[in-house]
Design a protein around this ligand. Structure first.
Ligand code: ATP
Ligand code: MG
Length: 421
């Protein structure tokens, strides 16, 4: 009896060979755009000490309270699988001594696995993958606009048309404490109408109440005082500058005073890019400025800004907008053999053609000539090269163009001349 098969854990998704080209397509765009704008790749571990995320993400967030994959390793250390991309990058930046290099430092990470214990549904997984960028050491709003523009350019290059950009400013440690008090006072008046979670949030992090999805809370929130109306001079000027830079780039946006983002570390600019085509998990990209984070993680007082973009959601949106991703061929030339001596010739020829940059494959299953042709057709070979006993004797091959059925006999040393694919 066959063993019971082991299934993938809930909330994870395989990327099978017939789909991986879609990932590579968006990864290629991401690499190209980041390179053009001076961003270099950073790779950090999949797991970190739990403390990094407690400090870096914030202990009032959903991520830290409910979603982290945390466990003790065999050395009794508390370890957490990366629940977001930024904290690890900040740690690596500090630990790698980069604060003393020329600033700003522009970095990206690509298809990084991110783990969150969530209720799996379309566009919401327990392991998903993010493309993200981070810029450390630049405070000007021009870099906020550059970061937003990079995300939008990626979507545009991928062919997406129906995305909305929402921006907001959530102030800084000069203006937010005072606003928090104003908001808290307002929420106190409506305490009875808030959900249980928000009654708790109200005390610890009132801004997060603005983000609540519960209908009764949303009603209260609609009339609540907004951070955007209580910014200090510096934050107000920064937000005005951002709007001017976005204007200079011809970027459309809406100001949404309810965007606060799920992470505690944001200051000033926050933004989200949303699709209305994939249901309620429509946020494809979210980001913002985090001018206090580096210091909080033990580094210098240095500003930062970045975004995280979910690759699975991006691909869902591309699918919903009917974007066809060009599918690369598996192989262009298939070498079909009859008899053992021909197989030795075939393996040599296959290597030679590959070395010339031609996608080539041969039979590895000792199939009949007929079955080899069938297989070549299935994998989309445009040309089949046949080597049998007669060809071995004469030093020739038969070169068949699959689309037309045209066949010609070619000398073995001249094959490449005829492979004008
Ligand atoms: P949401 O509000 O949908 O939970 P979030 O605010 O938690 O999103 P971020 O922490 O900003 O998301 O992560 C950046 C991006 O990563 C999101 O915009 C989204 O595209 C993607 N993402 C986040 N969580 C998931 C998940 N569980 N599954 C798939 N993609 C996700
Ligand atoms: Mg979330």
């Amino acid at each position: 009896m066959a063993e019971r098969s082991v299934k993938a854990p809930k909330g994870t998704k395989d990327v099978l060979p017939q789909d991986s080209y879609k990932w590579q397509y968006v990864e290629d765009i991401a690499r190209r755009l980041t390179a053009l704008a001076g961003y270099r790749e950073i790779r950090t571990p999949v797991f970190e000490h739990t403390e990094l995320f407690l400090r870096g993400v914030g202990d009032t967030t959903d991520i830290v309270q409910k979603e982290m994959y945390t466990f003790k390793d065999k050395g009794d250390r508390s370890i957490t699988l990366k629940p977001e991309g930024t904290a690890g990058v900040v740690r690596a930046f500090i630990e790698g001594g980069l604060p003393s290099s020329a600033q700003p430092t522009k970095m990206y990470y690509l298809s990084t696995p991110v783990f969150r214990y969530e209720k799996p549904q379309s566009g919401r997984l327990r392991e998903h993958h993010q493309f993200g960028i981070e810029v450390f050491g630049a405070a000007d709003a021009s870099v906020d606009a550059e970061v937003i523009n990079l995300a939008l350019t990626l979507f545009q290059t991928a062919g997406l048309k129906q995305l909305r950009l929402n921006i907001n400013s959530i102030g800084c440690d000069k203006c937010r404490p005072q606003y928090n008090d104003t908001l808290k006072a307002y929420l106190k008046e409506h305490e009875g109408e808030l959900c249980e979670m928000c009654r708790d949030r109200m005390e610890r992090n009132p801004l997060r109440v603005l983000d609540c999805k519960v209908e009764s809370c949303q009603k209260i929130v609609a009339a609540a005082p907004k951070m955007i109306d209580h910014l200090c001079e510096e934050c107000a000027v920064h937000f005005e500058d951002l709007k001017k830079y976005l204007g200079a780039l011809g970027i459309d946006y809406a100001i949404n005073p309810l965007i606060v983002r799920g992470l505690d570390y944001y200051t000033k600019t926050v933004f989200e890019i949303i699709s209305d085509n994939i249901g309620s998990q429509g946020t494809v990209c979210g980001g913002g400025r985090y001018d206090k984070l580096l210091k909080q993680i033990g580094g210098p007082d240095m500003p930062g800004i970045g975004f995280g973009m979910g690759i699975e959601r991006l691909l869902l949106v591309m699918q919903s907008e009917g974007i066809e991703i060009p599918q690369p061929s598996i192989t262009d030339v298939f070498v079909c053999t009859h008899g053992e001596p021909a197989r030795f010739k075939a393996i040599e020829l296959t290597r030679e053609l590959r070395e010339s940059g031609i996608k080539t494959d041969m039979d590895h299953c000792a199939r009949s000539v007929k079955a080899q042709f069938k297989y070549a057709d299935k994998i989309g070979a445009k040309t089949v090269i046949v080597i049998g006993e007669e060809e071995m004797e004469k030093g020739t091959v038969v070169l068949k163009t699959m689309e037309t059925g045209e066949e010609r006999v070619v000398r073995q040393e001249e094959i490449k001349l005829f492979l004008q694919l």
